[in-house]
Design a binder for this molecule. Structure first.
Ligand code: ARG
Length: 460
């Protein structure tokens, strides 16, 4: 058999194994919309500049539109012999319109073609990530508003540290998600340059108009160096980096949800819609969605490292190694969009057990710092000395197995006479959070102010 694609030079078709390692159609068919959009813009520009005839441009356009609806409707038959999405579409175009199809590839190579297709795809993926992050931020703000004053333990080392509010805790994740969104926007701005017209690697002698195709495809401007245009995959790596950072944040919240939903913590209860049962233990309600969000982070990190590694040794310009960019990105798009949607669903639905949170907030002598601060404020002790005195109070409470506020005044004064009756007013968890009004602190009034800040930012 001859070679369908490069019959001039080749007498033989590829070995089956060659086809197996080489063909990308099974995954890159996902780029068909972008590929057709790129070809439509290219053909229109070629005709405008007298490189192909107006009639050819019309039949190319009509043929491509037919192909788009064939693929949309599932009627298109993809072929592995035609390697990739670009060749599949071009070959089908030849079947539909004849020799004019062969003019479409004038002043173009698959190298700039795949680069422009993939940039279009990644740009739109970032727009979707941005929207999904916005949904998550809104869900977190709603929960923060409901629980601006709900006291919970704040942890360091996963040991009770100081009381905080659940609203404040939600807002911590709002900060992370907002940074992720800003990274997505930043990456999108940087990749907003069209490589179409770089051709194979050196540009072309045809009088093409790259500004025209860039504008037509929604890019800010064309790329400035043809070699870089076909060999750059920074945009895909940056997408994966944004995704990895986002997934890492989702994974931390997922981990907290797993912990909070244990019977031992019982801070939250996931809705039935976002949990599963056990096939053997009838009492179980498992946080599978949270666990899977946590796990998706692993494969997203893997994709980032994978593409960085594929790219790291490539000489300029295009090498076929770069075909290995797509599955990583596609898998990440799917994993991240599921993870974001699942997290938003869990955040919206989960029931907050404010009593459990409050009870836990007071455990572990969590207001000991307030007691030390009291000694600094009321008695003028240096903080280090106040820390020492408070440590003795904690030791006493611990040996008696009581809370700080349950120690009688006489016992406190036996430790230090400067511990007066007023100290009891700072030992409650509510007094503790209410006092933390420093900018960015957990006081309920701060939480309310920060929610208003983020609602304004979202409306911008
Ligand atoms: N399927 C290829 C890819 O994804 C398209 C570019 C092929 N170019 C080439 N010179 N073989 O990278």
């Amino acid at each position: 058999p001859g070679n369908e694609m490069w019959g001039g030079r080749f007498a033989q078709g590829p070995d089956a194994i060659m086809e197996g390692i080489n063909a990308s159609i099974d995954f890159d068919k996902r780029l068909y919309r972008e590929d057709i959009a790129g070809s439509l813009a290219h053909a229109a520009m070629l005709a405008e500049n007298g490189i192909i005839s107006k009639e050819d441009e019309v039949s190319i356009r009509e043929g491509l539109e037919t192909i788009r609806s064939e693929i949309d409707s599932g009627a298109f038959s993809f072929s592995r012999e035609r390697e990739d999405i670009h060749m599949n579409i071009e070959a089908r175009l030849a079947e539909l319109i004849g020799p004019a199809a062969g003019r479409l590839h004038t002043a173009r190579s698959r190298n700039d073609q795949v680069a422009v297709d993939f940039r279009l795809y990644v740009k739109s993926a970032l727009v979707d990530v941005d929207a999904a992050l916005t949904d998550l931020i809104e869900a977190l703000l709603t929960r923060a508003q409901e629980h601006a004053g709900t006291v919970m333990p704040g942890f360091t080392h996963l040991q009770a540290a100081q009381p905080v509010t659940f609203g404040h805790h939600c807002l911590a994740y709002v900060e992370m998600a907002a940074r992720d969104r800003s990274r997505a926007r930043d990456a999108l701005r940087r990749m907003d340059e069209s490589p179409l017209g770089a051709a194979a690697l050196a540009g072309t002698g045809f009088p093409i108009d790259r500004h025209r195709t860039a504008t037509e495809l929604g890019f800010r401007e064309p790329t400035r160096n043809s070699l870089d245009s076909v060999s750059d995959r920074d945009f895909a790596i940056e997408f994966l980096a944004v995704a990895a950072m986002t997934a890492m944040h989702l994974s931390r919240l997922a981990e907290e949800i797993v912990i909070w939903s244990t019977p031992q913590f019982s801070f939250v209860q996931l809705s039935d819609a976002f949990s599963t049962g056990s096939s053997i233990m009838p009492q179980k309600k498992n946080p599978d969605a949270a666990e899977l969000v946590r796990a998706k982070t692993g494969r997203i990190n893997g994709s980032l490292v994978s593409l960085l590694t594929v790219m790291k040794g490539l000489p300029l310009s295009y090498s076929k190694d770069m075909q290995e960019d797509k599955e990583q990105v596609f898998d990440t798009v799917d994993s991240l969009s599921l993870a974001l949607a699942a997290m938003t669903g869990m955040v919206k639905d989960m029931a907050i057990n404010a009593d459990k949170m409050r009870a836990a907030a007071g455990a572990g002598f969590s207001t000991a710092t307030d007691l030390a601060d009291f000694l600094v404020r009321q008695a003028g002790l240096p903080f280090r000395e106040a820390h020492h005195v408070t440590g003795r109070v904690v030791a006493l409470a611990e040996s008696r197995k009581v809370a700080l506020e349950d120690l009688p005044l006489a016992d406190l004064q036996a430790i230090d006479v400067r511990l007066t009756d007023e100290v009891y007013s700072v030992l409650s968890v509510d007094a503790s959070v209410a006092s933390r009004k420093s900018f960015g602190g957990t006081a309920p009034e701060n939480v309310v102010r920060q929610i208003a800040y983020w609602r304004n930012r979202l409306a911008e």
